[in-house]
Design a protein around this ligand. Structure first.
Ligand SMILES: Cc1cc2nc3c(=O)[nH]c(=O)nc-3n(C[C@H](O)[C@H](O)[C@H](O)COP(=O)(O)OP(=O)(O)OC[C@H]3O[C@@H](n4cnc5c(N)ncnc54)[C@H](O)[C@@H]3O)c2cc1C
Length: 329
């Protein structure tokens, strides 16, 4: 039997979950095995809501991992719970979405069970040994690999497959499983929940004005915020800016931040390290403002202004504002 972990997003299954379910179904069909889903909840109150959409995707059963510790995301305890479930079933594989949580959770499950884990796969073929292709280097490389083990664990990169409903609809049997867990297991817990203000998000903003070490301070971002507001964009930053406490991590662009797809990316005082580049390479046009004409981002940008960001940005803001005012009058 093959297990697939599904995630809830705003009361329904995430798109990445349905992609993972579709991929897992192909793997299960390829080895003539049943497909079972795994989800987490404090109790079974909403089990039917979770099971209903899965019935269209060829899932035979839903293992609902319940208990107080299953109410809020906790990678250590949830990973341990999956390991316990695997012990109690005859699972031969585990698939999940390669979201931040999905990868973290599956890594914990893999470590707890001692089974191999291949993350960020874009294709997985069934067989005694699974053959797969996966993203490496933050998405700039593709790796062909083989995965063997008693329980093979993979996460599926977002957008790698289309979610496809099964030819026939099945009733999904809900099976509650309450893991015992260990009292002594160190684990993280939710301290505070903050949400982004409404409005434009970094991932979907048409323009992103981003700052790095060259901006020099938290206060230095005022000019970037001003420009972003003028052009209806969002403010981003490099990891140096988050490490220095100038910006929150939610503003970070890159491998360990957000991957943007803006029409225009304005990179101010950012060198363009690979880990940053993989986050901004999806932008249609890149403008780099940098004192160093040899900076990697300057070489890769469509346009570059060689100069001090503290001189260049106020001049750009002034020009944009003047144009806006002229257009309005
Ligand atoms: C596992 C891992 C994950 C990482 N993930 C990320 C990630 O998600 N995102 C990310 O950004 N980084 C990430 N990093 C860090 C990355 O390697 C770089 O260290 C970081 O991107 C550099 O930030 P920066 O460009 O602001 O700073 P620097 O590399 O120091 O570059 C500063 C640039 O500003 C220019 N400059 C200086 N002063 C001025 C000025 N007055 N006016 C104009 N230009 C000026 C300089 O010429 C230089 O090009 C990661 C690293 C690792 C190891």
């Amino acid at each position: 039997m093959l297990l697939v972990v599904v995630e809830e997003q705003a009361g329904s299954l995430s798109g990445g979950s349905l992609e993972a379910v579709s991929c897992a179904r192909e793997l299960a069909e390829g080895s003539a095995e049943a497909l079972h889903a795994v989800a987490f909840a404090e109790n079974t109150d909403h089990a039917a809501d979770l099971a209903a959409p899965l019935s269209k995707y060829g899932v035979a059963a839903l293992h609902l991992l319940t208990g107080e510790a299953m109410a809020e995301y906790c990678p250590e305890l949830w990973g341990r719970a999956i390991a316990e479930l695997i012990e109690h079933t005859d699972a031969t594989g585990l698939v999940g979405p390669a979201s931040d949580r999905g990868n973290e959770l599956l890594a914990h499950a893999a470590a707890r069970t001692g089974q191999p884990f291949a993350s960020n796969c874009v294709a997985v073929e069934p067989g005694e040994v699974w053959t797969l292709t996966r993203l490496r280097g933050g998405g700039i490389l593709l790796e062909d690999a083989e995965l063997s083990g008693q329980v093979r664990i993979v996460s599926l990169a977002q957008g790698a497959v289309e979610p496809v409903e099964a030819a026939t609809t099945h009733e999904v049997a809900v099976r509650e499983f309450t893991p015992t867990l260990g009292e002594s297991l160190p684990h993280s817990s939710l301290a505070e929940r903050t949400s982004r203000g409404s409005g434009i998000t970094l991932a979907t903003a048409p323009v992103v004005v981003s700052g790095g070490r060259g901006v020099g301070s938290a206060e230095g971002f005022a000019a970037l915020e001003e420009l972003a507001e003028l052009v209806g964009g969002a403010v981003g930053c490099s990891r140096v800016a988050t490490n220095n406490g100038w910006r929150p991590h939610s503003d970070q662009v890159g491998l360990t931040g957000t991957k943007i797809a803006a029409d225009l990316y304005i990179a101010c005082g950012i060198s363009g390290a690979t880990q940053h580049w993989v986050g901004c390479m999806g932008a249609k046009t890149i403008l780099a403002i940098n004192t160093d004409p040899e900076a990697p981002l300057v070489s890769r940008a469509d346009y570059a202004v060689i100069g001090d960001v503290h001189d260049v940005l106020p001049a750009v803001v002034e020009r944009v504002r003047a144009r806006r005012e002229a257009a309005a009058s």
